[in-house]
Design a protein around this ligand. Sequence first.
Ligand code: NAD
Length: 351
Amino acid sequence: MKIAVLPGDGIGPEIVAQALLVLRRLALPLEIEQAPVGGAGYLAAGDPLPPSTLALAKAADAILFGAVGDPRFDRLERAKRPEQAILGLRKELGLFANLRPAQVHAELASASALRPEIVSGLDILIVRELTGDIYFGEPKGIRRTQTGEREGFDTMRYRESEVRRIARVAFEAARKRKRKLCSVDKANVLETSQLWREVVSAEAKNYPDLELQHMYVDNCAMQLVRNPGQFDVIVTGNLFGDILSDEASMLTGSIGMLPSASLDASGKGLFEPIHGSAPDIAGHGVANPLATILSAAMMLRYSLARPDAAARVERAVAQVLREGYRTADIYTAGAKKVGTDEMGAAVAARL
Ligand code: NAD
């Protein structure tokens, strides 16, 4: 099994190192090769997604990704900015389905921004479309209007086929869970959302055993903090999913806990924590590596067909949390405060 490891920028290399420690401890026949991406790619080859990195990602069975983004490169033209690497990988590899579980570990219920009784037992899966929407729609740009004022513009677009295939992923996922799907849009204002709603409703006819509900994105943002337990699977577009999944992350206590999978039509995927490169804490050895370790577990389950190994990693993570190990972002009084390396080593030692 070939794995392309792309650590990226900021805390990326620190947290990916811990995931690799855990993977190596499993002693599976893994062929691991690393390559620079993001700001690191720009420094190495003048390109956030160097051709050799893309080739490695294409040849691999799965990709383990850290994070990209470095404030030193914020002034570069858009095509050279670190964040273009992840957008490019999604596009080039056809990774259209982003699966983001938001589960509350019992031990961390008190770390949530909400009261423990609201979040305890929470288990939501957000299925976000990844390759369409306003992030990729053309035209986009900044232009001068007739009065000489500058104007920024982007284009929200979804084709029927794009909505149908992400709806299918979400319906299939819901079928393996509590059989409840909530499709989130802004159909009261956006034409794109009206089409989204029509297509999802039509697709629901193929899943008569499931319960489908539609919700406006503003209401969903509110319901996620009011009564998050009502949700099982949420399916939504790229922009809304980006925001709602970060909101859902705070229900769980820390953005540093949440893994994600981005899959193509055949199940090959890129696995990464949902957080970014956290430049504010990079190099301090305090980043939480659990989201990346849990991303490696998702990789074992979804792309490498090793659900047994995935479950072992997830059990090891649950165990260190039970034993009180906490990085700064999830620390509460009385727990064992540890840094990035100690947390990774603790998980590896439980395997
Ligand atoms: P961020 O997720 O990097 O950080 C948000 C906050 O959460 C920060 O306070 C950070 O310290 C904290 N945090 C994040 N991950 C953590 C971890 N593992 N442990 C402990 N604390 C953690 O988001 P941001 O600050 O908005 O963005 C920073 C950079 O990351 C930007 O350049 C942005 O474009 C990029 N970014 C990249 C990705 C990606 O690579 N997929 C995703 C989001 C943002």
